[in-house]
Design a protein around this ligand. Structure first.
Ligand code: VG1
Ligand code: CO
Length: 583
C-alpha cells in the first residue's frame, strides 16, 4: 500500500475567483498560475459541510479539454489531503456534465459508496486549448450545480484564503485505465476509482426512453440521421447510444472523437459555430449538394446543450422545450403518468407558457442558469425545463442534457411515425414544429450576442437601460419615435426571482421590457465569459394568427430589433454595429 503525507501550503488570494452562471471560467494561462486552481479547490472544500469532505466520495471529471489531465491529478492530491475517502474519475477524466449528474445520483461503488458531490472540469461551449478557456464548477449531492449560498461562500473563501492542503507525494494515478488505486494516509485509506464514463448514463437513458421504438425509426431507410459532437465529450456517448444501442450508422456521427482543443473550433451548437452540421442539413450558405438527413443534432463541449435540426429546418430551443413538453406524456415512457410541472429561464420564449396553460400544468419562470431548476425538481414541482441557450432537460438529473434532448426528439418522431414507417412519407421535424405553431401559436424569437465588449461600456449600457425604465410614458414616446409599428411597453423592470421552495431571492437577473401585445425585449450580461463582457439581447414576439406564423423570424422581428439596438444605444456605448452571433 502506497502511503502519503499531507502538506500544508501557504498561499495568497487571487482576485476574480467568483463563480459565474456555471462555475469559474478563465483562460488556461490564468488557471496555470501557481496555486490558482489549488486556491479555488480549497475554497470549495472549505465552503462545504464537513461531512461532504471528510470521509466522502467525490467525483472529478469533465469534457476533456486542455489542462483537465493536470487538474484531475491536483484535485485528487488535494482531496486526499482534505480527508476525502475516495475520488471517482471517469476514464481519461471524461464525463459529460449530465453524466456527472447521473453518476452522483445513480452510481453505487463496489463497496456500496455513493458520491456527495463533483468537481466538473469544463468551460462548456467556450473554446479549449493552451490559449483558450478552462473551467471548474462544483455540483452537490442532488447532482445539480451548487446553489448561490454555496458559490457565494466559495467566493468569500477565495478572498481570504491563507493555506491549502495537498498530498504532494501521492503518485499520479493512471486515469486512462479502469480500476481502483488504493493509498493510505495518516487519517486512513484513500481510493481513486477510475470507471467507464458511459455505463451509468446509458443505463439511465434506457430507463427513460423506449429504445426499441427509436431503433425502429433509425433503421427505417427513409429516416436519415446526423449527430455532431463538435469534438466535445458528447462523442463517446453518441457512439455508445446512437450507434451501438440504437443501430445508427457510424457515418452519421460527425466530430465524435473528443479533442483537448475541440479541433480548434468553438464547441457551441448553434447556427454559427456548428458549421459542418448546418451545411449537411441544408441550412446556411454553404449547404452541401447531397439530400440532407431528416434529423440532425449537435452538442456543446460538455454535452449539456443541444441543437435540433430538421431537413433545411432549424428548431428554436424555446420551441424545442415547448414541443417536448407537449408530447412527452405520449411519446416518452418516463413521463407516462403525467408532468409535475414545467419551467423555463426568464429570457426563454413564452412558447412553454402557452403549453403549460393549455395542458393545465404548473409553470415557473426562473433566472438564467440551471441551478434554479434544481430546487423545483427536488420539491417535485417540475418535470421538464429549458433555456433559450440550447439547454433542455428533465428531472431525471439536475443538469441540462444534450443527448437526452436528442432522444426526446427521436422518441416524438418515433411516436408520430409509429404506424407510418412503411408509408409514403414520414412525419418530419418541420411537420411537428408547424403543427405545434398551428395549435399553440408561434413565438418569433432571436438572440443577439455582442461578445467581448469593453466591460465598462457594457455596464454603462445596462445602467442606461435601467434608467430608461423610470418613466413609462417617456419610454413609450421614445419607442414611438424609433418605430411607430410596435405596441406599447406595459411593464419595464429588472427581473427578480423568489425561489418558491427555499424563499431565497435573486436580484438583477436581466432587464425586461414587456409589451402590451406580449412581445418582450430582454438585456443581460453573460456570466460565463472569461474576458471582457458579453451583452445578450433577447427579442420575442407572439403570433397567434395561423396565417402569419410562417414568416422568416429575422424579418418578423426587425422592428423590435431596431428598437432594442436604438433604445440601448448599442453602437454609441460599444462601438459595435453588428452582433457577434445571432441565434
Ligand atoms: C449561458 C446561457 C445560460 C446557460 C449558461 C451555462 O449563460 O445564457 O442559459 O445556463 O450559459 O451553459 P450566460 O450567463 O453566459 O448567459 V453551459 O452549456 O456553459 O454549462
Ligand atoms: Co455546456
Amino acid at each position: 500500500m502506497v502511503m502519503f503525507t499531507v502538506t500544508r501550503k501557504e498561499t495568497v488570494p487571487f482576485d476574480g475567483q467568483k463563480p459565474g452562471t456555471s462555475g469559474l471560467r478563465k483562460k488556461v494561462s490564468v488557471f496555470k498560475q501557481p496555486n490558482y486552481l489549488h486556491n479555488f479547490v480549497q475554497s470549495t472544500f472549505n465552503a462545504l459541510p464537513a461531512d461532504k469532505v471528510k470521509g466522502a466520495t467525490v467525483v472529478v471529471s469533465g469534457d476533456g479539454r486542455y489542462f483537465s489531465k493536470d487538474a484531475v491529478q491536483i484535485i485528487i492530491k488535494m482531496a486526499a489531503a482534505n480527508g476525502v475517502r475516495r475520488v471517482w474519475v471517469g476514464q481519461d477524466s471524461l464525463l459529460s456534465t449530465p453524466a456527472v449528474s447521473a453518476v452522483i445520483r445513480e452510481r453505487i461503488g463496489a463497496d456500496g459508496s455513493k458520491a456527495t458531490g463533483a468537481f466538473i472540469l469544463t468551460a462548456s461551449h467556450n473554446p479549449g486549448g493552451p490559449h483558450e478557456d478552462f473551467g471548474i464548477k462544483y455540483n452537490m449531492e442532488n447532482g445539480g450545480p451548487a446553489p448561490e449560498v454555496i458559490t457565494d461562500k466559495i467566493y468569500a473563501n477565495t478572498r481570504i484564503l491563507k493555506e491549502y492542503f495537498i498530498a504532494e507525494d501521492l503518485p499520479d494515478v493512471d486515469i486512462s485505465v479502469i480500476g481502483l488505486s488504493s493509498f493510505s494516509g495518516s487519517e486512513g485509506p484513500f481510493d481513486v476509482d477510475v470507471f467507464d464514463s458511459t455505463t451509468d448514463y446509458v443505463k439511465l437513458m434506457k430507463s427513460i426512453f423506449d429504445f426499441e421504438s427509436i431503433q425502429k425509426l433509425l433503421s427505417c431507410p427513409k429516416f436519415t440521421f446526423c449527430y455532431d459532437a463538435l469534438h466535445g465529450v458528447a462523442g463517446i456517448y453518441a457512439k455508445r447510444i446512437f450507434v451501438e444501442e440504437l443501430g445508427a450508422n457510424e457515418s452519421s456521427l460527425l466530430n465524435c472523437t473528443p479533442k483537448e482543443d475541440f479541433g480548434g473550433g468553438h464547441p457551441d451548437p448553434n447556427l454559427t459555430y456548428a458549421k459542418e452540421l448546418v451545411a449537411r442539413m441544408g441550412l446556411g450558405k454553404s449547404s452541401s449538394q447531397n439530400e440532407p438527413p431528416e434529423f440532425g443534432a449537435a452538442a456543446d463541449g460538455d454535452a449539456d446543450r443541444n441543437m435540433i435540426l430538421g431537413k433545411r429546418f432549424f428548431v428554436t430551443p424555446s420551441d424545442s422545450v415547448a414541443i417536448i413538453a407537449a408530447n412527452a406524456v405520449e411519446a416518452i415512457p418516463y413521463f407516462a403518468s403525467g408532468l409535475k410541472g414545467v419551467a423555463r429561464s426568464m429570457p426563454t420564449s413564452a412558447a412553454l407558457d402557452v403549453v403549460a396553460k393549455k395542458l393545465n400544468l404548473k409553470f415557473f419562470e426562473v433566472p438564467t442558469g440551471w441551478k434554479f431548476f434544481g430546487n423545483l425538481m427536488d420539491a417535485g414541482l417540475c418535470s421538464i425545463c429549458g433555456e433559450e441557450s440550447f439547454g433542455t432537460g428533465s428531472d431525471h438529473i439536475r443538469e441540462k442534457d444534450g443527448i437526452w434532448a436528442v432522444l426526446a426528439w427521436l422518441s416524438i418522431l418515433a411516436f408520430k411515425n409509429k404506424a407510418n414507417l412503411k408509408g409514403q412519407k414520414l412525419v418530419t421535424v418541420e411537420d411537428i414544429v408547424l403543427g405545434h405553431w398551428a395549435s399553440y401559436g408561434r413565438h418569433y424569437y432571436t438572440r443577439y450576442d455582442y461578445e467581448n465588449v469593453d466591460a465598462g461600456a457594457a455596464k454603462e449600457l445596462m445602467a442606461h437601460l435601467v434608467n430608461l425604465q423610470s418613466s413609462l410614458p417617456n419610454l413609450n414616446k421614445l419607442i414611438k419615435e424609433i418605430r411607430s409599428d410596435v405596441s406599447e411597453v406595459a411593464q419595464a423592470d429588472e427581473f427578480e426571482y423568489k425561489d418558491p421552495v427555499d424563499g431565497s431571492v435573486s436580484k438583477h437577473q436581466g432587464i425586461r421590457y414587456l409589451f402590451v401585445d406580449g412581445s418582450r425585449l430582454v438585456f443581460r450580461l453573460s456570466g460565463t465569459g472569461s474576458e471582457g463582457a458579453t451583452i445578450r439581447v433577447y427579442i420575442e414576439q407572439y403570433e397567434n394568427d395561423s396565417s402569419k406564423t410562417g414568416r422568416d423570424s429575422q424579418e418578423a422581428l426587425a422592428p423590435l430589433v431596431d428598437i432594442a439596438i436604438k433604445l440601448s444605444k448599442m453602437k454609441e456605448f460599444t462601438g459595435r454595429s453588428a452582433p457577434t452571433v445571432i441565434t
